[in-house]
Structures are given as C-alpha cells and as structure tokens.
Design a binder for this molecule. Sequence first.
Ligand SMILES: *Cc1c(COP(=O)(O)O)cnc(C)c1O
Length: 391
Amino acid sequence: MTSKISAEPGNGTVLTHHGRDPVNQYGFVNPPVVRGSTVLFPDLETLQTRNQKFTYGRAGNPTTDAMEALVTELEGAHGTRLAPSGLAAIAVALQSVTKAGDDVLVSDSAYEPTRLFCNGVLSRFGVNVRYYDPRIGGRISDLIQDNTSAVFTESPGSLTFEVQDLPAIAAAAHERGAAVITDNTWATPLFHQPLKLGADIVLHAGTKMFIGHSDAMFGTVSANEEYWPALFQTHRQTGTCASPDDAYLAGRGMRTLHLRMAAHRDNALELATWLETEAGVTRVLHPALPSHPDHKLFKRDFSGSGSLFSIVLARRDDEALRAFFDELRLFGMGYSWGGYESLAIPVDPARARTATKWDANGQVIRLHIGHEDTDDLKADLAHALGRYLAK
Ligand SMILES: *Cc1c(COP(=O)(O)O)cnc(C)c1O
C-alpha cells in the first residue's frame, strides 16, 4: 500500500504505512500470518495458466509480500526477496551473479561467514574468489578482470569498521560490467542506501536490526531493475524462502526500526565518545567519531550510525581478558547482535584477513549498544576496564 500523504514520505511514515493493507485485512491493522504450502486454484484454467497472485507456499504469500514491499520501498529497490538468514541472503545474492569460470572480489573486512561461503561453496563451483583492501576505493579497477562478475562490499566492515567508497567502487565495477553487492546490515536503509550510491544488489541480515529483539533468524535481498530478474530466478531455483512467522516478526520489528535505530545511534555514539577518553582504551573503531580515518567518507555517504563498534585495549592478556568479561554485568556475551540488550565479545580481526594486515597489537572487543541507560552501561564497562588494567 502506498501512502498518499506526500509524494516522498519520510522513513517513519513509510515504516508506519507501507507493507500492510487494512482494507483487505478485514480492517485489522497488521497483515495476517499466512502459514501454508498448498495454494488452491478455483478452476482448471487458473491452475493451468497460473493466473493467480499466489501459487505455491515457497514462492510467497501475503505475509512475506508485505515485508518485501516494505524493504523494497526503504532501499529504493525494484524488488526484494526473503531468506531464512542473513547468510542465506548473501549466498543467493552471490549465486545470482556468478557462474563457473567467473571471478569475484570480496572486501577483506566482510563478515567472516561470507568468506566461508565464498571459499567453501562458490570456489567449489568454479568461481575464483579474491579479497581486496576495503579502503581500495576506485583503485579496485586495477583488480578487475574480464571475468570479474561481482564485487562484494560491506560498509563499515565487520569487526574493524572501515568505510568503503561505494560510488568509486561501483563506477569501476560497472565500467567492466561487474555487479556490486552490498551487505547493509549495520546501517539499515534508514542510514545508508547503497542502491542510490551505485550498488546493484543490497542485502540484510534481518536477524539483526529488522527483527530487533533477538527472537528470529531472517534475511532480505533486494535488487535494482537490471539485476532483479537474475536475483528473482536464483532465489526461486535455490528454494530460498523465509517462514511466514519470521516474516511477520520482521514486519513487526520494522514498525519501530526508526525509533530503535535513533536510540542505538545515540547510545552507541555516547559510549564510543566516552570510551575514547577511558584509560586502557587505545582506539575506538566507530566511523561517526571524527578520529576515525574514514570519517569524511562516512559523513558523505551515511546519514546515521548503528549500534555496533569496536574498541582496542592496550595489550593482549588472557587473564586480564577473562577478568574483563567475567566482571561485566549488563553486557551479555554473544555473537548475533541487533537486539535491545548490550553485548560484548572479544574478536581477533587478524584471523580472517588475507589481502590486508590487521596491525593493531592490542585486544579488540566488539560492542553492540542496546537500550539500557548509558550511565549504567558506562559504569559496567568502567568497572570491567578497571579489572582488566589491574591484572
Ligand atoms: C550477522 C550478520 C550476517 C549473517 O546473518 P545471519 O542471519 O546470522 O545469517 C551477515 N552480515 C552481517 C554484517 C552480519 O552482522
């Protein structure tokens, strides 16, 4: 349903009014959860011509349609399909633009399971995978070969938060006919719209900010008009689909995405700014901080920042690390982020890099800042940092 309120409604209006159709939902505000495999046809002619909006459970239903419409609108895409996880969305995006004999360029700072899919599956099917410096910008043209069919970006990078020059990368890729795929999980379409900056396909680990409450796995993948047919067909041919219950939860999460993202942005930035002055913290890797090396690029291409950033502690010491984590009371320890509670995990960016060297010789900790009161979060971290330094 399209809002008639204004020609270009703001994100809050889109999130409130798109992706539901009360008139055709017996007046109920939210789309129904339609569970189903079999779709019945009223007569033989309709069955034979498939001249009916829904034909098979896997191909979509009113619940999944509503969520797709919402993401399509937010990303300015031609169309969106759903996936059972973010990684499944990554897989279908890469499969849609590659074939045996092709070459793919993947950012060295990409989410590690993206590498595992590329190295474990794509390469087994005859696709050559190479990794590149996330800060390469337009110089990526030196790496693009005649058989390069896709450039994969994720900005800012997982764990290390390098911002990529997407317009420059897209211009170089398009000059040689390669597709650009962007993992936009961190910023969400509210703060970053890759398709408008030159990407062809944009995907989300909907598990994180869209679901927003740590209670489901989910993914979305959207394309511009040029890449939509390939994405649509590959999604169909691989049997990728999301459960209607999870699509409903994602749609429910979307209704407050702008409110949650504003709170995540403000709390995370306040914590990051404070951590820059804390003893024992040598670096804060958050692109919205003026101290971040890619801050100018970030300001040019993003309208806000997410919940996730990393800090580097002065030294690496297993005993001190144990003291830090075992003293945390509010920060949970867990990998999947995007929910309402704050999280912290120790990470080792050097482990999953091949094109660039991670040279910060200190302990890196990735933080997700949730909706607790920031004074309480600061007290929790200050206490744990004190224990770290005392060891
Ligand atoms: C978590 C994450 C994924 C994978 O999502 P899942 O739903 O856990 O499969 C992909 N990209 C980024 C940036 C992530 O943080």
